[in-house]
Design a protein around this ligand. Structure first.
Ligand code: FE
Length: 178
């Protein structure tokens, strides 16, 4: 199986799952994030990272409302390991940091924090809440932090019910070259 086939298999098996507390499926969320990345002239690497940023959610068997039950699935770590094996650090590292990027943005942008959905606030609490001043500085020292923040913004926007965006097949070549 090539990398695209592996992704297609995961999306086929689990992509129909709801995206935690939002009115889009995991597949719709992934496709919208990738589309936002390409509309913003993101690099092929960043488009692939956007498409795959939540792959960790497709790798476990917990139900979609785990956050409501106080469980943080640490999907960014599962996703990171899966992506490192297949794509390497330029895709895996921003994905690993996309949850931390939310804690970072909540600390540095009050208007970002004010816009979070209820589901997103719930998961923020489980993830440790907004960063403190030291954590902000530490985050800004990471080489991938800007990519992680960018990825986070696409992630947050990729929740429009019924939005028509290009299909998964659109990315078949891209996933084999990045
Ligand atoms: Fe996401």
């Amino acid at each position: 199986m090539d990398r695209f086939e592996e992704v297609a298999q995961l999306m086929g098996a689990r992509g129909g799952d709801a995206y935690f507390g939002e009115d889009v499926s995991q597949l719709e969320h992934a496709l919208q994030a990738a589309w936002l990345a390409s509309e913003a002239d993101g690099s092929p690497t960043m488009i692939a990272a956007a498409l795959l940023h939540d792959v960790g959610h497709l790798l476990h068997d917990l139900s979609e409302d785990v956050a409501k039950h106080g469980v943080d699935t640490r999907h960014e770590e599962d996703g990171y390991r899966w992506l490192m094996e297949r794509f390497g650090p330029s895709i895996a590292e921003p994905v690993r940091a996309h949850v931390a990027a939310k804690r970072y943005l909540c600390a540095v942008e009050p208007e970002y924090f004010a816009r979070l959905s209820e589901a997103s606030l719930q998961s923020l609490a489980l993830q440790g809440g907004p960063f403190n001043a030291d954590e902000v500085l530490e985050f800004e020292r990471m080489p991938w932090y800007r990519n992680a923040v960018q990825l986070r913004r696409w992630d947050d926007e990729a929740k429009t019910p019924g939005l028509k965006v290009p299909s998964l097949e659109t990315y078949s070549q891209l996933l084999c070259i990045v």
